[in-house]
Design a protein around this ligand. Structure first.
Ligand SMILES: NC(=O)C1=CN([C@@H]2O[C@H](COP(=O)(O)OP(=O)(O)OC[C@H]3O[C@@H](n4cnc5c(N)ncnc54)[C@H](O)[C@@H]3O)[C@@H](O)[C@H]2O)C=CC1
Ligand SMILES: O=C(O)C(=O)Cc1ccc(O)cc1
Length: 287
């Protein structure tokens, strides 16, 4: 077996960190995996499930002698974790992350990483509405995209190693500018989560007569709103950190909804068919 990495530390052994560990272990490319998490019961469960070999509640202790550190905690906590561990990173150590927002994280973390250590921003485009180590699984990243967001300061060897690790999980790796990443994912991921949360919120609170409206939900409502079961703290952080791009996406969505509302108000059947046909074409074109 040829290891690419001797010691990998995962800070935040939840769905994303736990799945990264499981996939790399299955691929046989990492020798020892150390898990760090502030939730000790989650951490012990990760160890008993064989996701990590060693555990620590102390991030500075956990990263000692690590070759690679993967940070998979909610996005607003990522720079704080990097600040906490910075002085404990050994020479040549590569720090990377799996956060859903990139520009703020990359600029903060590049500033925080000491000389001779490296940072590479990343985001696997795969997940579920579940959280915690027990929800993780080895095939989460198989045939899914993973986006890396290098800058002109990124060390090419560090970038190549992180890319190789993600490829070992079965992911298709590509690189993109962090600002562009945040604009794209505001539209295709963050907006849909906001719409799903607000739809369920609206329908749930519209039940003034106590008619238990939600109990009548059919497949369409359930399919469309699955992601509204996602972790609220994770989505609070994403909404706050990507607020500029997300507000622009919400405004675009509001305009689209206003066009639809006007067609309904005016009884404009042709306008409605045009609107639905255009949307159906976009949807049917997704591979
Ligand atoms: N859930 C999803 O579908 C996806 C999530 N992401 C990103 O991955 C990251 C992790 O998300 P999940 O794995 O879903 O969350 P999770 O809730 O399953 O796991 C996060 C873990 O981090 C721990 N944690 C939180 N703050 C910490 C801190 N300051 N120090 C140490 N441990 C801490 C929690 O106890 C938890 O075990 C987030 O940044 C999220 O934006 C990226 C792609 C998909
Ligand atoms: O559950 C789903 O379908 C998701 O969309 C998961 C997801 C959540 C956040 C990301 O940054 C990427 C993927």
């Amino acid at each position: 077996m040829s290891f690419i990495v001797e010691r990998l530390t995962i800070i935040g052994v939840g769905l994303i960190g736990g799945s990264f560990a499981r996939a790399l272990r299955q691929a046989g490319v990492v020798k020892t995996i150390i898990g760090v998490d502030r939730d000790i019961s989650n951490l012990k469960q990760a160890q008993s499930l064989g996701i990590v070999d060693e555990i620590s509640e102390n991030p500075c202790e956990g990263v000692r002698d690590a070759d690679v550190v993967f940070i998979s905690v909610p996005v607003c906590s990522i720079p704080a974790v990097v600040q906490q561990i910075a002085a404990s990173l050994g020479p040549g150590c590569i720090v990377t992350d799996g956060g859903s927002v990139k520009a703020g994280i990359v600029s903060c973390c590049e500033r925080l990483i000491p000389e001779g250590r490296h940072f590479v921003g990343g985001h696997p485009i795969a997940g579920t509405e579940y959280s915690g180590a027990a929800a993780s699984f080895a095939t989460l990243y198989k045939n899914k995209r993973c986006i890396l967001t290098p800058t002109t300061d990124t060390d090419p060897t560090a970038l190549a190693l992180i890319s190789h690790l993600w490829q070992s999980t079965g992911a298709d790796v590509c690189s993109m500018d962090a600002q562009r990443h945040d604009r794209i994912f505001a539209e295709i991921s963050h907006l849909p989560h906001m719409v799903a949360y607000s739809l369920v919120h609206a329908v749930g609170t519209a039940d003034a007569e106590g008619e238990d409206i939600l109990s009548y939900s059919a497949g369409g409502f359930r399919d469309f709103t699955r992601i509204a079961s996602s972790d609220p703290a994770m989505w609070r952080d994403i909404a706050i950190m990507n607020h500029t791009a997300l507000l622009a996406s919400i405004d675009g969505f509001s305009s689209s909804l206003a066009v639809l509302r006007a067609s309904i108000e005016q009884g404009d059947g042709e306008g409605l068919v045009d609107f639905f046909t255009k949307a159906k074409c976009f949807r049917d074109g997704i591979k």
